[in-house]
Write a protein that binds this ligand. Structure first.
Ligand code: NI
Length: 182
């Protein structure tokens, strides 16, 4: 299966707002399959279609240890966000090698279409809740670095541009720090 190319911050295409999927058909399922393949290859725990330059509201996630719990979200909507927040160190396949603490609601309720086009609702907490919020941000053209100070964000931007110029940054696999990222 073809591995899709992941866009890197500050690519302006990461700022596009994704459009809703009109129907879950074979074409959409094929995109989902390629996104899962790309996410596993890149050792990610989540990937939004925006990150692979497909501007449709599609997200794939697998936060399990064994990498056998696929979660596919199509046209996801957040129905509830808890007042209680949780801070986690976040990374991103589009911001390779950088990790920063981000605070987000710790519990959420989501409505979404699944792989078969069925509408489902579920609650999430912990890493899954963080991951879903991070990925929905992507669909809205937002990155985790927008949640940190502009000073830190600008520093990361400069470093990534430098690494790209040097030809070092072709994939996240080439970054020294190789932790979970979404
Ligand atoms: Ni990300």
């Amino acid at each position: 299966m073809k591995k899709l190319k992941v866009l890197h911050f500050p690519d302006p295409r990461l700022r596009k707002k994704a459009k809703p999927v009109e129907g879950v058909n074979e074409e959409i399922r094929s995109i989902v399959d390629q996104m899962f393949h790309t996410m596993y290859e890149e050792k990610g725990i989540g990937l939004a279609a925006t990150q692979v330059n497909i501007h449709k509201r599609i997200i794939v996630i697998d936060v399990s240890e064994k990498k056998d719990e696929k979660v596919c979200l199509i046209n996801p909507e957040i129905l509830f966000l808890s007042d209680e927040a949780e801070t986690m160190e976040e990374g991103c396949l589009s911001v390779p090698g950088f990790y920063e603490s981000v605070s987000r609601p710790s519990k959420i309720k989501v409505s979404t279409l699944d792989y078969n086009g069925n509408k489902i609702e579920f609650e999430a907490s912990g890493l899954l809740a963080t991951c879903i919020q991070h990925e929905i941000d992507h669909l809205n053209g937002k990155l985790f670095v927008d949640h940190i100070s502009s000073l830190k964000r600008n520093r990361i931007e400069k470093k990534i541009i430098k690494l790209k110029k040097e030809g070092v940054l072709t994939s996240r696999k080439n970054t020294p720090d190789y932790k979970s990222a979404v």
